[in-house]
Design a protein around this ligand. Structure first.
Ligand SMILES: Cc1ncc(COP(=O)(O)O)c(C=O)c1O
Length: 397
């Protein structure tokens, strides 16, 4: 067996199951699961319809690059959303089966473990796939802590020059899961400068880019930042996007990568062997989804409604804040995050995720410890009910 498999950590949800093992949720009312970032708003009918209409596509093998029409739809969406001048659908876009597989696969394509001390830098707390990608490619993960003292922004100075020199790949997530932090143009400028200096590839996870609360201020994207800073061709930059959260189709497994054409060329070669082409009916349903914005605006309205209602209830007792993007609350807990989670489950039948499970001990601290991640993914009534239960629980502490 590949010995690196032993280096993988158990997934946060497995750790949660172990934490709650043998604990009975408070009886008499339904359990409300808020621990997982699975969007639960209904899938728009027109997307389902497009899928059904193209079922005949099951009869053909799909090309790894997907059909031209899908890449064109994605390229035009990128231009509309980020004001990009010209995205080449042939060389700068590849459809992927959800951003998760691509975030893992990019590590396997980009990392060169034959170079001594291959390092992968990731934000902390983070989406665990980044770490698994590093470990299975034979690299060592290093962490940049995102802390409340500076509003969860990046402090690139945390890592010594020696690590940056060995860094081959850097994962960032903006809007961030779980903190909701959105990288500013200044953050990007700093990260691009480091990439120019040390030669690493930037994997920018933007799967929450369409979940934001202020219609007038969509989160800045990495390609947009690159264009604003005059970086033609997006050198060493790959963005990862997804329909899962934007269009409420987590089961469709549809997303894309876009950016540096040279890296995407190598990535396409890797993907040919990995065999991860998107099924033709899903390609057609994805085209329909990328071409429509009305359902995304409605999606955001629902999240706004839930955030407003939940924060009204929670803010008097917890330091919960409105995120720059994404659908998570990330409050500090008055007791340890694991104790909070266990007792909340036992007394109120609400499950949340301990923040320490999303972070790693680095620079003397686990920046997820003492916080919980609350995913506002259910319907408004259920989110309001869960906020009331969380408040009732906090008031007993
Ligand atoms: C930060 C982050 N990146 C990527 C993903 C993967 O999403 P998908 O594979 O559905 O695009 C998730 C899913 O929860 C996530 O939270």
């Amino acid at each position: 067996m590949n010995p690196d498999l032993e280096r993988l950590q158990s997934y946060p949800f497995q750790k949660l199951a172990a934490l709650l093992e043998g604990v009975q949720p408070a009886p008499g009312r339904p359990l409300i699961p808020l621990y997982i970032g699975e969007p639960r708003h209904p899938t728009p009918e027109f997307i389902k319809q497009a899928l059904i209409e193209h079922l005949s596509g099951l009869a053909s093998y799909p090309p790894t690059l997907g059909p031209d029409a899908l890449r064109v739809a994605i390229a035009r969406w990128l231009e509309r959303r980020y004001g990009l001048t010209a995205v080449d659908p042939d060389t700068q876009v590849i459809p992927v089966n959800g951003s998760r597989e691509a975030l893992f696969a990019i590590g396997q394509a980009v990392l060169d473990a034959t170079r001594p001390g291959a390092a992968v830098v990731s934000q902390n707390p983070f989406y665990q796939i980044y770490e698994g990608a590093a470990l299975l490619a034979g690299a060592t993960p290093y962490y940049l802590n995102n802390l409340p003292v500076n509003g969860y922004a990046f402090d690139f100075e945390q890592l010594p020059e020696a690590v940056w020199r060995r860094a081959q790949l850097v994962y960032v997530c903006s809007p961030s899961n779980p903190t909701g932090y959105v990288m500013s143009l200044a953050d990007w400028e700093r990260l691009f400068a480091l990439s120019d200096r040390y030669g690493f590839v930037i994997a920018s996870d933007e799967c929450y880019s369409e979940i934001y609360l202020d219609e007038a201020h969509p989160p800045l994207g990495s390609l947009e930042a690159a264009q604003k800073l005059g970086r033609a061709g997006y050198p060493r930059l790959i963005m990862f996007s997804s329909l899962s959260k934007r269009s409420n189709v987590p089961g469709m497994r549809s997303g894309f990568v876009a950016g540096d054409a040279q890296i995407l060329k190598a990535f396409l070669l890797y993907r040919t062997y990995q065999g991860c082409a998107m099924s033709p009916p899903y390609c057609m349903a994805s085209i329909a989804a990328w071409n429509d914005e009305a359902h995304v605006v409605e999606n955001r309205r629902l999240y706004r409604e839930k955030f407003t209602a939940a924060l009204d209830i929670l803010q008097p007792v917890l330091d919960a804040y409105l995120p720059g993007g994404g659908f998570y609350l990330w409050p500090e807990t008055p007791v340890s995050d694991t104790e909070f989670t266990r007792r909340l489950y036992a007394t109120q039948a609400v499950s949340v995720l301990p923040g320490s499970y999303l972070g790693r001990e680095a620079h003397g601290t686990n920046p997820g410890a003492g916080r919980v991640r609350i995913a506002l993914v259910s319907g408004t009534a259920e989110c309001v009910e869960s906020a009331r239960r969380i408040r009732a629980f906090v008031e007993t502490l």
